[in-house]
Ligand binder design. Structure first.
Ligand SMILES: NC(=O)CC[C@H](N)C(=O)O
Length: 310
């Protein structure tokens, strides 16, 4: 699609988001995120060989939170390969991202790497044989290389805010430990996990960081094509927790959300799209972000289920 046409679509999507009265509710269980102004919106589209196009506040940094789980999964698969699947499943959970119930029923093997329990196990796997600082550095290095931007950093106040209040995540980690599915002390694995969630990026950086998952010619080759397809499949089926079916229905593309209000969406072979609006819907996914992605895909026809706009 030509740049000026795509830019007009992005402007239209941003105008509609700014005009929407119900912006959802910001995540208030993490004190640092509770203070974010919900009246903000940004969208960015990255394509190899084209400038990254944006609309709204695309240079404003936000906490990527669970979007980081995609990058950590790529690092863990690079390190362990299929051995990771001995510890975590690949099925949608149909439960909230921080649910404890399935972990109890399924004896400490989380359903997938994107719910919190599964992401904690994935981070624990990245820690295998490494010092915590090295593991975190490996995740941050991956993100910086994917985005081609060494300025991307971790917001330590956000991480500390979760260390002080993340009781549910501590419960999940202790539960995993009791079932022999955590190889490090909960403080250590969670310290790494909270810092990975506290990576900050703006929309333009996040769209660039997702390019490796598009498998487009000219995109960074960070993982093999077969692994790209598998990561995208997990994003499609599990990336929005118990709202994954709804996101697939509305948007038709693999995506991963975070409680900071960011969503990374991949149009395979076409583009990497980042959207940010801090207010969340009842699943803990960005409300305006989801609506904007629905509008964008209707206007562009980008979908894994069909290829015509309208
Ligand atoms: N869905 C999310 O973005 C959750 C991430 C957050 N750091 C948590 O562990 O609760």
């Amino acid at each position: 699609m030509e740049e000026d046409k795509l830019q007009r679509i992005l402007d239209q999507v941003a105008d509609a988001a700014f005009a929407t009265a119900d912006k959802g509710r910001v995540a208030d269980y993490i004190p640092e995120l509770a203070a974010v102004d919900p009246d903000q919106f940004a969208i960015a589209v990255a394509r190899p060989g084209h400038p990254t196009l944006t609309a709204g506040r695309a240079q404003k940094a936000f906490s990527i939170q669970s979007v980081s789980k995609v990058f950590t999964l790529a690092v863990a698969l690079g390190k362990l390969g299929d051995r990771l699947w001995n510890r975590v499943g690949r099925e949608p959970s149909g439960q909230a991202f921080d649910s404890v119930i399935l972990l109890e029923q399924e004896k400490g093997r989380p359903r997938n790497p994107f719910i919190n329990a599964g992401a904690i196990v994935t981070t624990d796997a990245v820690l295998e044989g490494s010092e915590p600082k090295e593991a975190l550095a490996a995740i941050l290095r991956f993100v910086r290389e994917a985005a081609g931007d060494d300025a991307i950093h971790i917001n330590d106040s956000v991480a500390q805010s979760e260390i002080a209040t993340g009781h549910r995540n501590f419960a999940l980690a202790h539960y995993l430990l009791s079932h022999g599915n955590l190889q490090h002390p909960p403080e250590l694995t969670l310290g790494t996990y909270f810092h990975q969630c506290a990576i900050e990026m703006n929309c333009a950086q996040l769209a660039d960081a997702g390019l490796f998952l598009t498998a487009c010619d000219g995109a960074p080759r960070m993982v093999s094509p077969s692994r790209i397809r598998r990561i995208n499949a997990l994003m499609m089926t599990c990336g929005h927790y118990d709202g994954s079916g709804d996101y697939a229905y509305r948007v038709g593309l693999p995506g991963k959300s975070g409680v900071g209000g960011g969503i990374l969406t991949i149009a395979p072979g076409i583009a990497s799209i980042a959207v940010w609006a801090p207010g969340l819907n009842r699943y803990g996914n960005s409300k305006l972000g989801t609506e904007a992605m629905q509008r964008l895909t209707d206007l562009t026809g980008w979908s894994v289920f069909g290829a015509a706009a309208g």
